[in-house]
Design a protein. Structure first.
Length: 380
């Protein structure tokens, strides 16, 4: 058991200075004062600290991305402490361009490994390509029968993606929708958006010519260029959920565009943020030749949150929603995840007065304490 005393709690809404008791993997009690005199209870002094929900990063290449500049550019798998040290207690893994040398089998195996090591992990079947790569040879079966799989991924408006028809896009989205309903999962189609000239039009056309609910399809990387960004605002104003990626361009960083989105009538809950961690970023010339490649970091999520507060003067409770409660609701994990409430999962971060990460708790276990990693992955 863990008892945190005298801590300011953001759920993410600020609820005041309280004590919080964690038993097993759950938050058991939140009260103005909780007293325990038992040596089996670990007591943490939360004075001058803020307790916030653990971050949820819904777009991480946990088995490594890349590979677009030949085999040597394949990014390695992520290790546990890379996630926990940046406050990430729940992660959603997926494949990228390469669905050939990497597989959904590998992805699910890595998810199970990270779960064994102490954090919450979900994945999406699929990759950039169509027909969709799967584990069971069926998108529906992957989502219905594999616990970790909550949706599917595909890519559009990108020279690296398959060129698919509206009917094919509708078919994948329908499969995802139905399998989510059957299995009681989110059942979402995450769509990697590239810089292609068609932008969001394939998604809009697929929705206009079908009965697929708009929230089934989730475009991500929508802040990679201004045209795509403003198209995504229209999409979100219709009730869709858009995902902003950290670290693409400074002027189009999530912290720079969120206020613009809100001023144009986009509902706050329709916006989420993710890191694209351990995926590769790449630049191409006008002929499609690769000129530069690098790797995205999962700490971009924490850096973005901190910058929203310290640089953009956003309220802590507002900034937190984009990396906690909004994401949990979008993935249909709320209030199990994304909040500090009684009976919610004990995923939490203790921040100091400068918003530096002091302690990270995942599923009731301390992973980082006093800025030191105390739980490492198996091969770290």
């Amino acid at each position: 058991m863990i008892l945190i005393k005298n801590v300011e709690i953001y759920s993410p809404k600020y609820i005041g200075k309280k004590d919080i008791l964690i038993c097993g993997e759950k938050i058991t009690l939140i009260e103005d004062s909780i007293e325990f005199n038992n040596e089996k209870v670990k007591v943490i002094d939360g004075s001058n600290k803020k307790l916030v929900p653990g971050f949820i990063d819904q777009h991480v290449h946990i088995t490594g991305g890349g590979g677009e500049g030949s085999f040597k550019t394949r990014v390695p798998e992520i290790m546990l402490s890379k996630l926990t040290s940046t406050g990430i207690t729940t992660v959603v893994g997926l494949l990228g361009t390469d669905g050939s040398t990497r597989s959904v089998q590998n992805l699910v195996s890595k998810a199970k490994a990270l779960k064994e090591e102490g954090i919450s992990v979900y994945v999406h079947t699929g990759s950039y390509e169509y027909p969709t790569v799967t584990l069971t040879d069926s998108v529906r079966k992957d989502i219905i029968f594999i616990d970790e799989v909550i949706g599917c991924k595909i890519a559009l408006s990108d020279h690296r993606s398959s060129t698919i028809t509206n009917e094919e896009l509708q078919r994948v989205a329908s499969d995802v929708r139905a399998s989510g309903m059957i299995s009681g999962k989110a059942g979402i189609l995450v769509v990697h958006m590239g810089d292609g000239k068609r932008g969001l039009s394939p998604i809009n056309e697929a929705l206009d010519n079908s009965d697929i609910p708009i929230r089934t399809i989730r475009p991500t990387h929508v802040n990679r260029n201004e045209k795509l960004l403003f198209e995504s605002f229209d999409f979100a104003k219709e009730g869709g959920i858009i995902d902003l990626t950290c670290g693409i361009y400074e002027k189009l960083s999530p912290r720079k565009v969120i206020n613009k989105a809100l001023s144009q009538g986009v509902e706050s809950e329709n916006i989420t943020i993710s890191s694209d961690g351990y995926g590769s970023w790449s630049n191409y010339d006008q002929f499609g030749n690769l000129v530069k490649i690098g790797v995205s970091s999962v700490n971009a999520l924490y850096k973005e949150f901190k910058a929203m507060v310290l640089e953009e003067n956003m309220k802590i409770e507002d900034a937190l929603t984009f990396v906690t409660s909004n994401v949990a609701k979008a993935l249909e994990l709320y209030p199990k995840k994304g909040t500090i409430k009684e009976n919610s999962d004990a995923d939490a971060i203790l921040l100091d007065e400068n918003l530096e990460i002091n302690t990270v708790i995942a599923k009731g276990k301390i992973m980082v304490e006093n800025k030191e990693i105390i739980v490492f992955g198996t091969y770290e």
